[in-house]
Ligand binder design. Structure first.
Ligand SMILES: Nc1ncnc2c1ncn2[C@@H]1O[C@H](COP(=O)(O)OP(=O)(O)O)[C@@H](O)[C@H]1O
Ligand SMILES: [Mg+2]
Length: 309
């Protein structure tokens, strides 16, 4: 596994830049340079703390870059694969985050400065993942969270993330999965989240469902890194290009199950939130639209009744 940035470098980086206690400098032009980057000094310090605790052994390359966060591949203390979600401090969505947090009774008493809000946001996603996971919904297992850094189970294999449901060409999806069964599985997850977790995802769509099993199948077929065949996430950062996909082999690696895993729960909310029902309807609608385009014929009313019954 090519680890581009070892924690060694982080350690060096942090120690070279650390100021003695009580001598922290005021914000100046030097911070402006780092604002575009996710690895500002406090973030490096947080990563360093995780490495000291034995939670993190090595940091891999970036997997995805969004407006609010960057996801990195990493290796944990036991050699297990991890995903690290680094929330950007200077995110464009800061005000939206603040709105969501203000509406959530779990986070009433918080400071409203940028760093505090983003730290609460990351903790909110961590708690939401934990709550969903405890309710029995398949999400990445949350492992640790501190400041703007969230560590969770990596969905994929050897640094290659599982494709999102929207990345899988229709013919392959149809060949690999009974569509009706996949649809019901995703709806059951929504229902379990609602009934047992008392939560609504609030940003559910084919973009936030990873299909675990494809990467593993490719490894089984090719016996090595499946760079030939996997879709590159469209939002992959520069420098993370892979060769064009040749198509995932259908119905091979039959022993490996394809499993939808729901991700991205920062904005998820509890069912007593004033807009919970609106968000639930939107989530259900997104999933129905996706599957109806592929040939299923479900109605919103029918499915909402099923979810809420
Ligand atoms: N636990 C994970 N394992 C593997 N890949 C992940 C994981 N979490 C996120 N990703 C990858 O990162 C992308 C963005 O993550 P997401 O949580 O949806 O953030 P956002 O949409 O807010 O940028 C996902 O589409 C997926 O490709
Ligand atoms: Mg997302």
């Amino acid at each position: 596994m090519a680890e581009k940035e070892g924690l060694f470098e982080i350690e060096k980086w942090v120690s070279e830049r650390q100021l003695p206690k009580g001598k922290r400098r005021k914000k100046d032009y030097r911070d402006r340079k780092t604002e575009q980057y996710v690895f500002d000094i406090p973030t490096l310090e947080t990563l360093y703390k995780f490495s000291k605790k034995g939670i993190l052994k090595a940091l891999g390359g970036p997997v995805s870059q969004g407006k609010e966060s960057v996801i990195f591949h990493a290796v944990g203390g036991e050699g297990e694969e991890l995903a690290i979600k680094l929330y950007k401090i200077h995110t464009a969505h800061f005000n939206a985050m603040l709105d969501y947090i203000i509406g959530d009774p779990r986070f009433e008493e918080i400071k409203k400065d940028r760093r505090s809000v983003i730290s609460v946001w990351a903790r909110k996603e961590f708690k939401n993942l934990k709550r969903a996971s405890d309710a029995g919904v398949r999400v990445p297992k949350p492992i640790a969270c501190d400041k703007n850094v969230l560590i969770m189970e990596f969905i994929g294999k050897e640094g290659i993330p599982a494709p999102r449901m929207r990345d899988i060409p229709v013919d392959i999806l149809k060949a690999d999965c009974e569509l009706e069964e996949l649809f019901i599985r995703i709806l059951s997850a929504i229902k379990t989240l609602y009934e047992k977790g008392r939560m609504v995802h609030a940003d559910l769509s084919e973009f936030n469902i990873l299909m675990k099993g494809y990467v593993e199948r490719e490894f089984e077929m090719w016996g090595s890194a499946p760079s030939r065949a996997l879709p590159v996430p469209p939002q992959a950062p520069e420098g993370l290009s892979r060769k064009p996909r040749r198509g995932l082999a259908a119905n091979t690696g039959a022993g490996i199950e394809i499993e939808p895993v729901i991700i991205d729960m920062g904005q998820s909310l509890l069912v007593n939130h004033p807009h919970a029902d609106e968000f639930l309807l939107r989530d259900v609608r997104n999933i129905i639209i996706f599957f109806n385009k592929l040939g299923l014929t479900h109605s919103e009313d029918e499915i909402m009744r099923m979810v809420k019954s």
